[in-house]
Design a protein around this ligand. Structure first.
Ligand SMILES: [Zn+2]
Length: 150
């Protein structure tokens, strides 16, 4: 359980990591940019702030986008499901934008709140790519019901 969780928090269908730190969520609400519609499905509401790499500690605008409740929940579930079995990826910053496989490796191996290789890969991934990758991850989980193809 991440720090910041309180026993008095109201129950919610969202994963715990999405509701555990109200201060971060509040900051994310202030930092998010872009049109007010879900970046994954285009729905206009109700919208939450989506962390494109699944890590609430990454609150920079690059990692924030609007997402509907359904996609936000689905993406969080997808991140959870792909959390194992991904081979190690060596990322060379000079090779440019991380590939989808490198990105998935990064989000599943990056230790939250630490500056490790996974974090470097995530930071090297521009927002447009994070959106594309988040959509691919969500689509994979939806179409294959958790059967991870990598
Ligand atoms: Zn959506």
């Amino acid at each position: 359980m991440p720090h910041g969780a309180t026993p008095s928090a109201p129950s919610s269908p969202k994963p715990a990591h999405l509701i555990s730190d109200r201060a971060k969520r509040y900051r994310a609400q202030k930092a998010v940019r872009g049109p007010k519609l879900c970046v994954l499905c285009g729905a206009r509401g109700p919208l939450d702030v989506m962390h494109l790499d699944g890590d609430e500690s990454h609150g920079e605008p690059e990692n924030l986008a609007y997402g509907c409740r359904s996609c936000n929940t689905r993406l969080a579930y997808a991140f959870k499901r792909i959390g194992a079995g991904v081979p190690t990826q060596q990322y060379n910053p000079s090779s440019g934008v991380p590939t989808f496989k490198q990105y998935v490796w990064a989000i599943t191996h990056h230790a939250r709140h630490s500056h490790d290789e996974g974090g470097a890969i995530i930071h090297a991934t521009p927002k447009s790519k994070r959106i594309e990758y988040a959509r691919r991850i969500a689509d994979i989980i939806r179409s294959r019901r958790g059967e991870v193809p990598f």
